[in-house]
Design a protein around this ligand. Structure first.
Ligand SMILES: Nc1ncnc2c1ncn2[C@@H]1O[C@H](COP(=O)(O)OP(=O)(O)O)[C@@H](O)[C@H]1O
Ligand SMILES: [Mg+2]
Length: 424
């Protein structure tokens, strides 16, 4: 049995406070079960937040041991605070362990202070935060060298160890690092070994295309190294510079808000996320968040982004509104392919995961949208995505790279725009 203290950064505060005690029962490398109990002092704080929105709501008696929802072994919010694929490779490299060769609690311990969201996991209530200053964007070349070593499973040499100090940072599978830019925190996403096209520049252009289409997108920029390698930077929305330090915003994935297991993600749907927003959202903002989610789904259809799983949708806690708001957009990459019949990861409408606009339109009721309103959103996104080449070229994506991803972009007429036009 492993016992740890969960810390949380409360809104507007630069230091984390202990929130409670996490107990994990591990068998081999896996967590079999876990419990959590809030600290007595924590629950008396007027600004205390629920550590997990589903299983650890702050209502009624808060001094009891609780277990995760939905038969999960781990609390979703803590699973979100653990690294996934890339962060694990970084920790294994540092600890000289084989891939997925460490107990879950070790990954949780070593995720460091720059992990996603507001939670931290430490040995005891008096443990200080882990050190590890973040590298600056000017160190990108060294960070890419570190990432290449991690990808190859080779030890990081001593002179590069310092770039390791900040910890593995955020989740996801692609090589990345957190860097500071003018006092703010940004995620740098690197090229990977087997990329079929220049993913960083295409991802960045796609996010900017989404902004053109009216979606909520963090600031992005490209960095080109002397040797021509390109890195995409995206500003972190779970950090906020405060006087005297950095604030961390409480964030959970849609996987956590739905209390699902990773492997249930392909059986889930955008509509299920829209439903959860109705329960956990901020009153007065639910309709606009659902519109935004609907628009993102349509965008994913039009650019064939089928990596739209439940960890690629996130929610930020809004203390004023006492609820969870849809985070800005991230991780949207077009997937070139030949097939006319395409699927997204999540279900869209009555035709399931079929990536068609008529499917989105027919499912719009679950987002609280009347058909003409849904049609107007679809039309808006279709018009913006139609000019993708102009936008991409304007952002410096070479024609060669545009050609490589062109088959990802759908012609609206081929995927059911007729039904949409009828509503306009
Ligand atoms: N701009 C951002 N601000 C805060 N967190 C982010 C941001 N972009 C991504 N993340 C977090 O980092 C994780 C990994 O990023 P993502 O872009 O999904 O990488 P990958 O392509 O490797 O999946 C996401 O699941 C999300 O939790
Ligand atoms: Mg991702």
């Amino acid at each position: 049995m492993v016992e740890r203290t969960v810390f949380i950064h409360l809104p507007g505060e630069t230091e984390a406070v202990p929130a409670g005690r996490l107990t994990m029962i591990e068998q081999g490398l896996q967590v079999q079960a876990s419990t959590f109990a809030y600290g007595r002092r924590y629950v008396t704080r007027t600004n205390a937040l629920a550590v997990d929105p589903i299983a650890l709501a702050l209502v009624g008696r808060n001094d009891e041991e609780r277990v995760p929802a939905g038969g999960l072994a781990m609390f979703g919010a803590l699973r979100d605070a653990a690294p996934d694929a890339w962060g694990r490779r970084v920790i294994e490299n540092r600890l000289r362990a084989p891939p997925n060769g460490l107990p879950e609690s070790v990954y949780l311990d070593h995720a460091g202070p720059h992990r996603a969201g507001a939670l931290d996991v430490r040995e005891s209530p008096t443990s200080p935060p882990a050190g590890g200053a973040l590298p600056s964007v000017v160190d990108l070349r060294h960070l890419l060298d570190v990432a290449a070593r991690v990808e190859e499973g080779e030890p990081v040499p001593a002179h590069l160890e310092v770039f390791f100090a900040g910890g593995p940072s955020v989740g996801g599978a692609r090589p990345k690092a957190v860097v500071t830019v003018d006092g703010g925190e940004w995620i740098a996403k690197f090229p990977a070994r087997n990329d079929p096209f220049n993913v960083p520049i295409v991802e960045r252009a796609t996010l900017e295309l989404a902004r053109e289409a009216g979606l909520v997108v963090p600031r992005t920029r490209m960095e080109t190294l002397a040797d021509g390698r390109q890195v995409m930077l995206i500003e972190r929305f779970d950090r906020e510079p405060l006087v005297g330090g950095m604030g961390r915003r409480h964030m959970v994935s849609a996987l956590t808000l739905l209390a699902l297991h990773e492997q249930d993600s392909p059986d889930s749907s955008y509509a299920a996320i829209a439903d959860a927003m109705g329960v956990h959202g901020v009153s007065g903002q639910i309709a606009s968040d659902r519109n935004e989610l609907f628009a993102r789904m349509v965008f994913n259809i039009l650019v064939s982004n089928d990596d739209d799983h439940l960890r690629n949708h996130a929610f930020l806690f809004d203390a004023e509104g006492d609820g969870w708001r849809l985070s800005p957009l991230y991780d949207v990459v077009p997937k070139p392919q030949l097939a006319q019949e395409r699927m997204l990861h999540l279900s869209i409408g009555p035709q399931g995961r079929r990536a068609r606009l008529d499917n989105a339109l027919a499912g719009a009721g679950r987002f609280g949208l009347l058909p003409p309103d849904a049609a107007r959103i679809i039309d808006r996104i279709v018009r913006a995505v139609r000019s993708w080449r102009d936008i991409f070229e304007g952002l410096g994506v070479p024609v060669r790279e545009c050609d490589r991803v062109a088959s990802a972009f759908r012609r609206a007429a081929d995927i059911g725009m007729r039904d949409v036009d009828r509503q306009l």
